[in-house]
Each structure stands twice: as C-alpha cells, then as structure tokens.
Design a binder for this molecule. Sequence first.
Ligand SMILES: Nc1ncnc2c1ncn2[C@@H]1O[C@H](COP(=O)(O)OP(=O)(O)OP(=O)(O)O)[C@@H](O)[C@H]1O
Ligand SMILES: [Mg+2]
Length: 318
Amino acid sequence: MRAIEVRNLRKLYPKKIPLPFRKVEWFEALKGISFEVKRGELFGLLGPNGAGKTTTIKILTTLLEPTSGEAKVLGFDVVKEAREVRRRINLVAEGERTLYWRLTAYENLRYFASIYYVPRSEAEKRIRELLKMVGLWDRRNDLVMNYSRGMKQRLAIAKALINDPEVLFLDEPTLGLDVQSAVFVRDLVKRLVKEEGKTVLLTTHYMHEAEQLCDRIAIIDQGKIIALDTPEGLKKLVKKDTIVEVKVKNYTGNNPFGLVKVEENNGTIVLRGSLGEEEIPRLVEFLVRNNAKVLSVEVKEPTLEDVFIKLTGRGLRD
Ligand SMILES: Nc1ncnc2c1ncn2[C@@H]1O[C@H](COP(=O)(O)OP(=O)(O)OP(=O)(O)O)[C@@H](O)[C@H]1O
Ligand SMILES: [Mg+2]
C-alpha cells in the first residue's frame, strides 16, 4: 500500500462569493493531478505561487473536499474515511498560527497531547523527546511569544509530531525563516524520514530545498503536474543543455533568445536559460544593441529551475 495515492484530483473555487441570483464563475485550481508517495518517502511538491500546492495539501489533510477525483492516505479515502485519515497524519500549515503564544512551549505540547488523547504516562516522555529533537528543551519554560520565528516553526513541527503521525504534511516549512533556522528545519525533516521512518510530503517554491531534501519531486504549475521524478531524473531533462546566466542593467525587452528573467534587483536583471554556446556572442551583441549594460555572462550547472524554465518558458521565482 502507498502512503499517498492521488488520482485525477480537481478543485474548483468560486471566483466570487456566490450570492443569490449571481452566476458563479469557477477557477480551476487543480486540473486533475495524479501521483503516489511511497511509505518512508520524502516527497516534494515544487511550484511557483498559486500553483495549487496548498490546495493539494488541504485536500490530503481532509481540510478541503476535492471537486472530483480521488485521494487516499494510508489506504483511506480522504473524503469518505476522513476520520481514519486524521488519526494517522498531521500537518504544519503555511504560516502556522495555532500555537498558544501566551503559554510556554511545554504547556503547548501538554495541551495538544491531551487534545490527541496521548496517555498521560506517555505524554511526559514524548514531549521531552520532541522538545529535545527540535532543540527547544532548554527553552521549554519560555513563553512562545518570546520565541524567534525559527523557534516557533520548530515548535510547530514538534506539535505536529505529538500524535506520532505516520504521514506528516509540511506546507512551505522554511518560508520566511532565517538561513540558520531553515537549515535546522531541513535537517530535522531529513531525520524524521531517515531515523523515525515517517513519510513526509512537503511543498516549497525553493528549488534548492526540494533538490536537497526530496527523494522525489513533483513540479506543479497552474494546477497541473508537469514533471515528476527524482532530482537527478528531473535534471536529466536539461543535462545536455548549456545553461547561461546573464546579468544586465537597463534592459527593458523580454525573453531574449528564450532566456527568462529569474531575478531583479535595483535595476539589475538576471536572465537565465539554455543556449547553444555559439549563440552567446550573438546574445551579448543583441543586448548591447538594445542599450543594455551587460555585467556578466556565465555558464552554470543546471538546476531544477532550469527544468522549470524549459517546461514552462517562465522562471520559478516570478
Ligand atoms: N479559497 C479560495 N478561493 C478562491 N480561490 C482560491 C482559494 N484558495 C486558493 N485559491 C486560488 O487557487 C490557486 C492555487 O492556490 P494555492 O494556495 O493552492 O497555491 P500555492 O501553490 O499554495 O501558492 P503559494 O506558493 O502562493 O502558497 C491560486 O490561484 C489561488 O488564488
Ligand atoms: Mg501555498
């Protein structure tokens, strides 16, 4: 049995709040996606803003019903057997605000342990283990409101582990964290899979995070899965290409030679894409003729962003 099975999942949202007599228009946030996650796998949904990542996670965690299609978690249907699913999973939502800031970390976990009916005899031990695992044991008696953002996120993960879920869902687990906290969280996620045998499905729009962490990645864009493979497998799609990155100032045109804008900083634009080596001088000439100031041209190692650019003609960070 697979940890997660998704078949042809669709989700329509009403574009406006439906009022009596107002015709509802629908927006198709998920256009029929299918994928499977194995037990003990660290699986990533990678995609830009609005791709449908959170929608997918909400359906899999029974917070939202799909419009059509089917999804199973540990063999249980997320709609018809939602209770069975909920007992075996947990979720760290995007920008999680479900911790009680006026309680200490320890009190928070005590509270959530009781919500999940963790027996008192076990709760003490589990809370201690979890707080140690996320590096907050020494700070257990501090109020959560005095925690840094990274500490809050670590506690949110500990909270999500309180019911010892078999499958853990993480929506953008490192969003808005400082570098050090993000490294800690990624490490923690890895340990959960390698050492605790959990199955993890995470979403991210950071390609490096997906590449570093995930056993397999589904690249999702505009409600569709456009590629699904191991990081290495995905990068094979651009292996034979020469990836060029150009930094320019004062360039106002768009996509020269099929390169796309991947960054913009104080008027400096970074363009990136695959290009035949013999085309590089012609590209530079073209940019200069269009009054752009070329700051650098570099050949780069392909990343998942290049896969995304190749498949969509757009950058992942747009
Ligand atoms: N409750 C809602 N009502 C209407 N439209 C919605 C609703 N929730 C999401 N959408 C739309 O569905 C699409 C997918 O949204 P979703 O939140 O799943 O994207 P995402 O991949 O998680 O993006 P992000 O990276 O910004 O978190 C977006 O276009 C969004 O505007
Ligand atoms: Mg989201």
